[in-house]
Design a protein around this ligand. Structure first.
Ligand SMILES: [Zn+2]
Ligand SMILES: [Zn+2]
Ligand SMILES: [Zn+2]
Length: 398
């Protein structure tokens, strides 16, 4: 079965698409848009199953775009033919025969950092359609946990909170893959052994080293490469800024041994008193890193990982995308957190657009005005501030 799909170029840069209504048959439609050319761009909107049309506004008039719509039911995926056009007034959409499979994003790399009862993963996604990244942790053949993450998430920490019984000294196999609708890409795997501070390299000696990175602590214990340092190093590199006491790394935190004040390094190698930081420290890295707010922006990010830290309403703490209870919206680019409102509906925290539970447990947009305005995206692109990437537009090159 194929989905009926039609569209027209209604004006310069404006394309209206519609598909035959199948009332109640599908919970979710995925509308796919691809910008062809030297640097292809991909974006996808997960729409509620009662939406049968959508418009793209302000597309570039000199680019060729391709569109398709996809639905899923009972584990089977149904795709429309692709329609392609350069959206200039008077032009028409051409039908193309192609599938979706060849345009799925793949993980280009997967790297892990072993720490004390903690595994931090980092990955890079190649271009293509993706609506989540799936991570699985195993001990031998026993699956201990699987995590489905938004494609905006580029790093993820597995600790005892997320995986009960995560132990030091045990080798774990971690597998990650990109997924889109019901399809998934080939996976990447690595083996990693968590270990206490200072023992990470020893514990991972028998694991392939290529996908592993180790925490960097810039004080004597880590710099003692020849292993002949005396019990008590005679020179203290960093003294406490409050009491002039000695500092040491303990559980990846640099603390004063006398007054327990905590310090973090900035990129220039200065050490900053954590209590004096305007936004505090990040939640993503160990050792903790500085949180900064970019000029003209209200969002905070970790200077090291680049991960966005979202201010949680009514709380003094921050959330990472992977901690959001309902994930990110389908209406905005960059996508914004979804919130549960007082009337129990799930809405975008920026546009207030309604989202309903979709086919795979995620949330699909119920558009009040079915228009996707690409102008914001093109402005960002023109300013060199954004990259159209696997899952739409990411702000800023980091
Ligand atoms: Zn002190
Ligand atoms: Zn961080
Ligand atoms: Zn939104």
């Amino acid at each position: 079965m194929a989905l009926d799909f039609a569209g027209q170029v209604i004006d310069d840069g404006h394309v209206a698409l519609e598909w035959a209504p199948h009332a109640g048959k599908f919970k979710t439609y995925w509308l796919l848009a691809m910008r062809t050319g030297a640097k292809p761009g991909f974006t996808t909107l997960e729409l509620d199953g009662n939406t049968y049309g959508y418009r793209f506004a302000n597309l570039g008039r000199h680019q060729r775009y391709r569109f398709a719509v996809l639905a899923a039911r009972d584990g089977a995926q149904v795709c429309s033919p692709w329609l392609s056009a350069t959206p200039r007034a008077g032009s028409t959409l051409a039908r193309e025969d192609a599938g979706v499979t060849e345009h799925l994003a793949k993980l280009k790399s997967l790297v892990a950092m072993p720490q004390d009862k903690r595994i931090t993963l980092y990955w890079m996604l190649g271009p293509g359609f993706v609506d989540r990244v799936s991570v699985e942790i195993r001990r031998g053949i026993a699956v201990l946990g699987t995590y489905e993450l938004e494609p905006e998430v580029k790093g993820f920490t597995i600790d005892p909170e997320r995986c009960r019984g995560l132990l030091n000294g045990t080798a774990y196999t971690v597998t990650a893959r990109a997924k889109f609708a019901l399809a998934e890409s080939e996976s990447r795997s690595l083996t990693v052994t968590p270990a206490p501070q200072g023992q990470e390299r020893d514990a991972n000696r028998n694991n392939p080293q290529l996908p592993l990175v180790y925490p960097c602590l810039s004080l004597a214990p880590e710099l003692d490469v020849f292993g002949d340092a005396k019990e008590e190093p005679s020179t203290v590199q960093i003294v406490c800024g409050r009491c002039r006491g000695r500092t040491e790394w303990r559980d990846y935190n640099l603390r004063c041994r006398a007054c327990n004040a905590e310090f973090i390094a900035n990129q220039r190698g200065d050490y900053l008193d954590v209590t004096k930081l305007r936004f505090g420290t990040c939640r993503c890295c160990l050792p903790r890193k500085l949180l900064v707010q970019d000029v003209g922006s209200t969002s905070l990010r970790c200077v090291h990982s680049g991960k966005e830290h979202i201010r949680a309403a009514g709380l003094s703490t921050f959330m990472l995308i992977e901690d959001l209870p309902h994930g990110l919206c389908q209406c905005c680019r960059p996508r914004r957190p979804l919130e549960r409102k007082a009337d129990d509906t799930i809405r975008c925290s920026k546009s207030n657009e309604l989202h309903n539970q979709g086919e795979r447990g995620g949330f699909g947009l119920v558009p009040s005005a079915p228009v996707f305005d690409a102008a914001a995206i093109d402005e960002l692109l023109d300013a060199g501030l954004a990259d159209i990437c696997a899952n739409g537009v990411s702000r800023g090159r980091r």
